[in-house]
Every structure is written in C-alpha cells, then in structure tokens.
Design a binder for this molecule. Structure first.
Ligand code: GLV
Ligand code: MN
Ligand code: MN
Length: 398
C-alpha cells in the first residue's frame, strides 16, 4: 500500500505546481487539470476499472458488478489558485490505494464501487463551488450553468469545447452511498490527537459579488471632499464583514478584488469584491450577509457611490447521515474516531443535499493550514486514512 500511494503521490507532485510559490494552479479544463484527469484514467485502466467520463469533466472508475446500487468514493483534482497538494487529490489517490488494499485482501465487491473525480469543486474558474457534482446530482440545471463565464469572459460551454468536452453530464442515480476522504482544513484532529476523523456536517456558506461603483477622477486634482471613491466604500465594507463575523461566531472573507481602471493616479470607477461568508446556521448566514450588505449600502450613501450585491454560489447547511457517520466512527478496530463539523464545502455535501447518504473521513493536518501552498499532512496519517477508507468500503460494498 505504501508503495502504491507514494508512487501516485509522486506522479501528481509536479503537475500544475508553481516554481515560485510551490503551490498548485489546477483550474478546470486548462492544461494541468486536463493532465490530472488523463492520469486518473490511466490509473483506472491499469487497475482494469471501467472508466465513465462525462462532458463536464466528471470521471468515475468502476470496480465490481456492472450495475446496481453503488458505493462511490473520491473527491476532486482541481485546486484553488495557489492551493495545496492535498485538498482534493488526497481523496482521489486514497480511493485508488484503498481499492489496491481491498484487492490484496482478496475482497470481491458485492456492490459496485466507483472512484469519482468531480470537476471544478473549488469554483476557482467559473465561480460556482462544486460545479461538477451539482450538475451530476441534478441540483444545478445545465441551462443555468451554460451561462457561467470565467474571469476572461469565456463561457463554460466554450471552455468545455476547447477541452474536448461536450457538456453531457453523468448520472448518479445508482449511487447508494458516497464517502469522501479529505485532508482536514483545521486543527480539530490535532487537538484530539487523532489521525482520522469523521464529518458530522458542513456549515452553510456562500459567495456574494459586491459591485461598488463611483466616479473615476484625477488622484491629484480632485479635492478629497469632491470624490465618489468606491475603494473607500469597499474598504469599510471589508472591515464591517470582519466585525460582523466575529460578533456572530461566523466567518467572512473578501479574498478577491478587481479594481477598474486599476491605475495608481486615478480614483477608481469600480471595485468588485467577492464575499465568502460561512455561519453555523442558514439563518445566521443570511443575517451576516444582510448586515454586511446594509453597512456597505449605508457607507455608499455617505461616499456618493453605489453598491449592488449578487449571490453567485450558495450552499445550504449539511447534516451528514448520522447513522453512517456513527458506524464509520465506531465500527472498526482501535479507539473511536472523532466526529467533527467543518466550515469547508465539499462534493459530499452536494450529494448529501441531493438525498444520497454521504459521509466524510478527514485526515489530520498538522498545521490546519489549507487553500495555501503550506497545506500539509504526514504520510503516516495519509496511510491510516487509506486503511480507514478501505475498511469502510469493505463494509459498505460487501
Ligand atoms: C472549498 O474548499 C471551500 O470550502 O471553499
Ligand atoms: Mn478546497
Ligand atoms: Mn476539497
């Protein structure tokens, strides 16, 4: 198992890696992510798994019976901009390694086992998180997805066509259970001294685009009191978001900003910023976004600017199947695994919301850092994760 895992991990290490930061740029349908999907298909074929690839970049490699109720496991291979090595690929590589473990145990699946790769999980190119799994689960209609554009204005169907994909979407109708293994994106497991844990649920979260508009003007000759500067309105809104999230025990981040015309010696005409907001309940999330929007609008009134807020990607609260999580946490040798919530979004949340009983296994992250080149996990913990996943699949697919 160690060899299989390490060999696959070494294959992936250089793909899409920045020589400057050491982080990964694996945006969907571009060269690195396309190479990763081809790599996955090769790994599947080398294991005599049947590859089902759709026209939006989702791929499933099947083992066992040709049809019938299936157990799905896997994750994603795309990354955030300048992301870490583990977020996504750990779940895919662990799933392939778990199949190797099960074969070495002589296990013959009574139910079909599929290893899935879902496309554009991070929403880093088209803005909607978990794009591939939403389409496959039927919770995002193609009629809506086909209107999405990337930062350069490229429409999703055109990006797909350029990557040789035709927009058809595979079906998850036969999937009885989904289990996603993922690197933990916090420090709960470190604090609990556990190599693996099980997810209880996912906080509701969403992305909202804030468009601040004002009046472009000369940075030197325009008196301070004569300006309509959208940068000021944005700056105050970012401070308000931080304060409101702290007060609510929630999270709020402006991590992406575009300024027009983006010149040093001009008051900008427009600032567009994206709010990532997350909260323990849907009510708290709505209240947080409303409070930040209201404070931004109030400030716009004082600055002589205007603000419009548009929801781009919203994910409801997820409570994973408690019975399944309980069985995963307790029904194995050794001590119980901790059951912990997460504030990060995952394809498992999308499948769960679509009515597919789903569960997640987390692998300890020593620093808790994620969505960063500094994301990490110990190889020994990754291998515990593979064993845990193999045990889980064996119970679910026998
Ligand atoms: C996905 O990783 C997210 O939570 O944004
Ligand atoms: Mn992520
Ligand atoms: Mn992920």
């Amino acid at each position: 198992m160690t060899d299989d895992f390490e060999r696959m991990w070494a294959d992936l290490a250089p793909v899409g890696r920045s020589a400057v930061s050491g982080g990964y740029f694996r945006q969907p349908y571009l060269a690195a992510e396309t190479e990763l999907r081809a790599w996955f298909a090769e790994q599947a074929s080398a294991r005599a798994l049947r590859v089902e690839a759709d026209g939006v970049g989702n791929v499933i490699a099947w083992w066992g019976p040709a049809s019938g109720p299936s157990v799905l496991t896997g994750s994603h291979l795309d990354s955030v901009l300048d992301g870490g090595a583990y977020d996504g690929p750990l779940g895919v590589v662990s799933a392939l390694a778990a199949i190797d473990v099960l074969r070495s145990r002589g296990f013959v699946p009574g139910r079909r086992i599929g290893v899935s790769v879902f496309a554009e999980e991070e929403g880093s190119r088209f803005g909607v998180a978990c794009l591939g799994s939403r389409l496959a689960a039927g919770t995002l209609p193609w009629a809506q997805a086909r209107e999405l554009r990337d930062r350069s204005g490229v429409l999703l169907p055109d990006a797909l066509e350029a990557a040789g994909l035709d927009g058809t979407v595979l079906s998850l109708a036969d999937v009885a259970t989904f289990v996603e293994l993922h690197v933990e994106q916090g420090r709960d497991l470190v604090e609990r001294d556990a190599a693996v844990g099980v997810a209880s649920g996912i906080w509701p979260h969403g992305r909202h685009r804030f468009d601040f508009t004002g009046e472009a003007n000369h940075a030197g000759t325009t008196r301070m009191e004569d300006r309509a500067d959208p940068m000021l309105t944005y700056a105050m809104t970012a401070l308000a978001a931080n304060k409101q999230a702290r007060l609510a025990g929630a999270r709020a981040t402006f991590g992406r900003v575009e300024v027009a015309p983006n010149g040093t010696n001009a008051v900008p005409s427009r600032v567009t910023a994206w709010l990532d907001a997350r909260a323990p309940s849907e009510e708290a999330l709505s209240a947080l976004v409303a409070a930040v929007s209201q404070q931004g609008a109030d400030r716009a009134g004082r600055d002589g600017t205007a603000l419009t807020v548009t929801a781009e990607s919203v994910s409801g609260s997820v409570a994973f199947d408690a019975d399944l999580a309980g069985r995963l946490a307790t029904d194995h040798d050794g001590g119980d695994w901790p059951v912990i919530p997460t504030q990060a979004g995952h394809d498992a949340g999308i499948l769960s919301a679509a009515g597919i009983p789903s569960a997640m296994l987390f692998v300890r992250n020593p620093t808790g850092v994620s969505h960063s080149p500094a994301e990490s996990a110990q190889m020994s913990d990754c291998l515990v994760g593979v064993s845990a996943l193999a045990d889980t699949l064996e119970r679910l697919a026998r």
